[in-house]
Design a protein around this ligand. Structure first.
Ligand code: PHE
Length: 366
């Protein structure tokens, strides 16, 4: 009997004191294992009289059950505290400031496009686009540049293999083919017939065989087109004056409209903005010098007719300018080629926050 109570005390004490699951298993083996203390008691049963065996056997069985219960209870206590310890140690402090993350920035060309779109958007223009790979007809013929026209030589064209049906293909040399694509659109023609006014800008990629500090084989233009029954040269002037003043953020920026020639406009004008040079640095604004920034004119009646509209009814203006060029001028970027080097240090210096959307009221540039 004293054996029994000693074994009981020791076994339950070991279970109670087990600090982890390994110690708990050791306590189990010490009591209930093959050579365990309780197993040892079981082995003594054979030496007892049947009467003693029944009584003592019952006590040993009860002890065994008691130890098993204690093992079970200790096991769940240990896993509960292990979980509690883990929860406490893995606690996340949500009040910590966020770790600074690598931040991208917008390329100045994308920024300039967004600024151009913000300004013309306020004047009621919508953004249109067309394919970079263009057929000869949209790039040239529709725009009053027939196959033998000398203007074809002026635009150093990348020619592509003809389409399967024999159509000559080019990389578009300007965004002007989208003028034709838009005027030919049935929905646009209906809108015009209903008395509406077409106003689009077409920012996009353009291509010419050219490569130096101010020319790259791929560059960007934005086309503008307004067509309705009444738009005249005065509107062209007012629109471009407002645009240039808003874009360059110079309220009294002088503009000069110089007579020029484009096959698809008549009359045509190139537009210069006032500037001055001081210590080799360019300042945009009233000064003693001029910078050419765009081509423009009243859409030629042949173009309107080529696009399925009656030039006796419809008229309007168009313009085209180099986005890279106006971005270089506005943001003081000296070499056009740097736009396309994909140098992250350059982009960090000249890039724009993606979270500051340009708007006329909220600020255009930075
Ligand atoms: N497409 C002309 C160019 O690339 C620019 C232009 C567009 C001129 C529209 C007049 C009207 O040089």
């Amino acid at each position: 009997m004293s054996d029994l109570s000693t074994i009981r005390r020791e076994a339950l004490g070991a279970v109670e004191q087990a600090a982890d699951l390994a110690a708990l298993d050791a306590a189990r083996v010490a009591a209930l294992g093959k050579k365990g203390s309780v197993t040892g008691l079981m082995k003594t049963l054979g030496d007892l009289s049947p009467e003693q065996r029944r009584e003592f056997g019952a006590q040993v069985n009860q002890l065994k059950a008691e130890i098993e219960g204690a093992l079970e209870a200790r096991k769940s206590a240990l896993s509960a505290s292990a979980l509690a310890a883990r929860l406490a140690s893995e606690k996340i402090d949500v009040t910590l400031p966020v770790r600074p993350e690598a931040q991208g920035s917008l390329h100045p060309i994308g920024q300039a496009m967004d600024e151009v779109a913000a300004i013309f958007g306020e004047m009621g223009f919508t953004w249109a686009d067309g394919p970079d790979i263009e057929d000869d007809w949209h790039n040239f013929s529709a725009l009053n540049i027939p196959p033998d026209h000398p203007a074809r030589q002026m635009q150093d064209t990348f020619y592509l293999p003809p389409r399967a049906d024999g159509t000559p293909m080019v990389l578009r040399t300007h965004t002007s083919p989208v003028q034709a694509r838009t005027m030919l659109d049935k929905g646009v023609q209906k809108m015009l017939a209903d008395g509406g006014s077409l106003r689009i800008i077409v920012p996009g990629r353009t291509f010419r065989i050219d490569n130096d500090a101010t020319h790259t084989p791929m560059f960007h233009q934005v086309e503008g087109l307004v067509i309705d029954r009444t738009t005249h040269m005065g509107h062209l002037k007012g629109c471009l004056v407002d645009f240039c003043r808003a874009f360059f953020e110079v309220d009294d920026l002088p503009l000069r409209f110089r007579p020029s020639y484009f096959p698809f406009t008549e009359p045509s004008a190139e537009v210069d903005i006032g500037c001055s040079w001081k210590d080799g640095e360019l300042r945009i604004g009233a000064g003693d010098s001029w910078l050419e920034i765009l081509g423009s004119g009243m859409v030629h009646p042949n173009v309107i007719a080529n696009c399925g509209l009656d030039p006796a009814i419809y008229q309007g203006f168009a313009f085209g300018m180099g986005i890279d060029r106006i971005a270089m001028l506005k943001y003081g970027i000296p070499d056009l080629r740097s736009f396309f080097d994909s140098d992250l240090r350059w982009l960090r210096h000249y890039g724009f926050s993606a979270l500051e959307w340009p708007s006329l009221t909220g600020g255009l540039g930075r």
